[in-house]
Write a protein that binds this ligand. Structure first.
Ligand SMILES: C[S@@+](CC[C@H](N)C(=O)[O-])C[C@H]1O[C@@H](n2cnc3c(N)ncnc32)[C@H](O)[C@@H]1O
Length: 277
């Protein structure tokens, strides 16, 4: 569905550098939910699969300490090539695969995780595949970050936050949002996302504070698919607007230095569900 937005080599390289990971609490919530349903004498669970893993460091590698093996899969060959090149623990492997047809045996996966990718898949087919690969009591976990980042307790929040909001909202105003982007905006509230198991929960407002330089923040924004779509559609206008927004952000931060740091919060939302025993 949304594969075209992630296919390029440069896109994958920028992902590897500028895409943030998630707070430890996100992965801990998955593990706690998993532990509540499976009695596990061993220290670790056998296998986790991270679907739409991108370049791996964001959502796959943080699982390594909880599992004997972790497999990151992504439909993008360039993303997997970058993931394989990256420094990662020995129990983590990467493979090109669609999330809707996973390269694993029936009932072998304890945790099937999808970070910022469920809205690009055929979710009905994915849930069928989840049911095939999950062990009884195994968990499917979907999460993403939505909405514009906000600074917290920054003395200049009133000046900074409207610019962060403008950067997040501009692609929609320019007609560069596709259905997957709206699904994220709605925080996976659409009926199709609801996990087809009785034992399920949703968790909202997991705050993810990130400290970044202005330069890296702008480069992170440029990895976001709606911004890249807008760059394709209106290259000159987008370049000009981006430069202007960056100048105003620097001004709000009372600096001219692109390496000045500031802290903003991303907000993560999460759906968890357990395959029945
Ligand atoms: C926004 S990135 C998320 C990367 C990483 N998980 C993260 O949280 O930052 C979405 C990824 O999903 C992948 N993707 C899109 N459709 C897919 C599908 N049907 N099956 C597997 N991966 C898919 C894209 O190639 C892309 O790398």
């Amino acid at each position: 569905m949304g594969t075209r937005y992630f296919a390029g080599k440069l896109v994958a390289q920028n992902y590897a550098i500028y895409r943030p990971s998630y707070p430890d609490s996100v992965f801990a919530l998955c593990i706690d939910f998993l532990k509540n349903g499976i009695s596990n004498e061993a220290n670790k669970f056998p296998l986790a699969v991270d679907v739409g893993c991108g370049t791996g460091h964001q959502s796959t590698v943080p699982l390594a300490k909880y599992f004997d093996s972790v497999l990151g899969v992504d439909i993008g060959e360039k993303q997997i090539a970058e993931a394989k090149k990256s420094k990662h623990p020995e129990n983590v492997a990467f493979q090109v695969s669609a999330g809707e047809a996973l390269p694993v045996e029936n009932e072998t996966v304890s945790l099937l995780q999808v970070a910022a990718a469920a809205h690009w898949m055929d979710i009905v087919q994915f849930y069928k595949e989840a049911d095939r690969v999950l062990t009884p009591g195994g968990v499917v976990a979907l999460f993403s970050y939505a909405s514009a980042p906000e600074t917290s307790n920054h003395p200049k929040s009133a000046e900074i936050d409207p610019i962060l909001k403008e950067i997040a909202n501009r692609p929609e105003e320019r007609g560069c949002f596709v259905s997957g982007n709206y699904m994220v905006r709605r925080r996976y509230a659409d009926e199709c996302f609801q996990i087809p198991y009785a034992d399920k929960t949703r968790i909202d407002n997991i705050i993810h504070p990130i400290t970044n330089t202005v330069e890296d923040y702008i480069k992170f924004c440029k990895t976001l698919s709606p911004i890249r779509k807008m760059e394709e559609a209106e290259p000159d206008l987008t370049k000009q607007w981006m430069e202007d927004a960056t100048a105003r952000l620097l001004n709000a931060l009372e600096t001219t230095d692109m390496s000045s740091k500031f802290t903003y919060n991303l907000e993560v939302h999460m759906l968890l569900g357990r395959k029945p025993h």
